[in-house]
Write a protein that binds this ligand. Structure first.
Ligand code: MG
Length: 309
């Protein structure tokens, strides 16, 4: 796992599932448009490295996300393997129909804890966005799909500042009641710190939310993503979102650093003796390969350290 040794800490899970969001959340937030064949190779390489959950693309209208306008072609091209899940972001019933036609088995819907971001990103109030998801989630579940819910701005919002824990709990529990099988708590602008993570996870637990249904999605904008991840693991979270090579800047924080890099996460988990099934060296090679195609170095320190020549 790690030739410098590994030692566990008490109270941590033996296994963590990584939800690899690079092809969707990462590439969506890159300014460079990436050719479909490079995306397809990326997804294949991520599976080769041992990833079992690879968020592949988004069926949002290309007007909103031009970087992922080739979603259908990509889904036709990727050789989806047994034992690997390839969730696709779906905004509405039309997107769900397209997903079903393309043989997609896992979808994700995208929500916001704050009114400002709901308005900016979804052009709806929080309540209206939940109304929009309700039939999507219901029909997807009827079709036997898994539905991941994303909840953005759980710890801070660029317009509103601090987001009250009670408000996040209120939206989170509504999304789970709609039928989301899993809810990913997003620190969209990367401002959370470990005590704030604890406060939200404790409050969700007190509201009756099982930690098994939660994932965490931290951004490294202020260098806090790994501290926050460790805190979440100590609270029983076992699904962590990360992006290969730290793909995807943060469009709301004017920083090159957005998503937690999967390699940085893997370095920590390997050192703690936590199993993920993902091969760090193979993944770092893939991120270095993609960085060449994007024409800029990976922001991941681990990728840089492992691939330095
Ligand atoms: Mg992200």
């Amino acid at each position: 796992m790690n030739r410098y040794g590994n030692d566990p800490l008490p109270g941590l899970p033996a296994h963590v599932t990584i939800c690899e969001v690079g092809p969707r959340d990462g590439l969506q937030n890159e300014s460079e448009a990436v050719p479909t064949d490079v995306k397809a190779e990326l997804v294949e390489r991520l599976a080769d490295a041992g990833h079992t959950v690879i968020e592949t693309t988004s069926l949002v209208h290309p007007k909103w996300v031009p970087q992922l306008a080739d979603a259908e072609e990509l889904l036709r091209r990727v050789d989806r393997r047994p034992g690997v899940r390839y969730p696709v972001l779906v905004p509405n019933l039309r997107g769900l129909d397209r997903a079903l036609d393309l043989g997609v088995e896992d979808i994700a819907v995208f929500g916001s804890a704050t009114e400002s971001f709901a308005k900016a990103n979804l052009n709806r109030s929080v309540a209206e966005s939940l109304e929009m998801f309700a039939p999507v989630v219901a029909r997807a579940r009827e079709a036997g799909m898994r539905v991941r819910g994303y909840l953005s701005m759980c710890w801070g919002d660029p317009w509103e500042g601090e987001v009250p824990v009670a408000r996040v709990v209120s939206v989170a529990t509504r999304m789970l009641r709609l039928g989301c099988t899993e809810l990913s708590l997003g620190d969209t602008i990367g401002v959370a710190t470990p005590g704030r993570v604890t406060a939200l996870l404790d409050a969700l637990g007190a509201a009756g939310v099982s930690v098994d249904r939660l994932a965490v999605h931290f951004h490294d904008t202020y260098g806090q993503a790994l501290s926050n991840t460790l805190t979440a693991l100590q609270h029983g979270v076992t699904t962590v979102d990360a992006s290969a090579g730290g793909l995807g800047g943060c469009p709301y924080a004017r920083s090159a650093t957005g998503n937690l890099a999967t390699e940085d996460l893997l370095w920590q988990l390997a050192g703690l003796g936590i199993h993920t099934g993902v091969d760090l060296d193979r993944l770092a090679e893939t991120s270095a390969w993609l960085a060449d195609r994007l024409g800029r170095p990976s922001p991941s320190r681990t990728v840089r350290a492992l691939t330095a020549t």
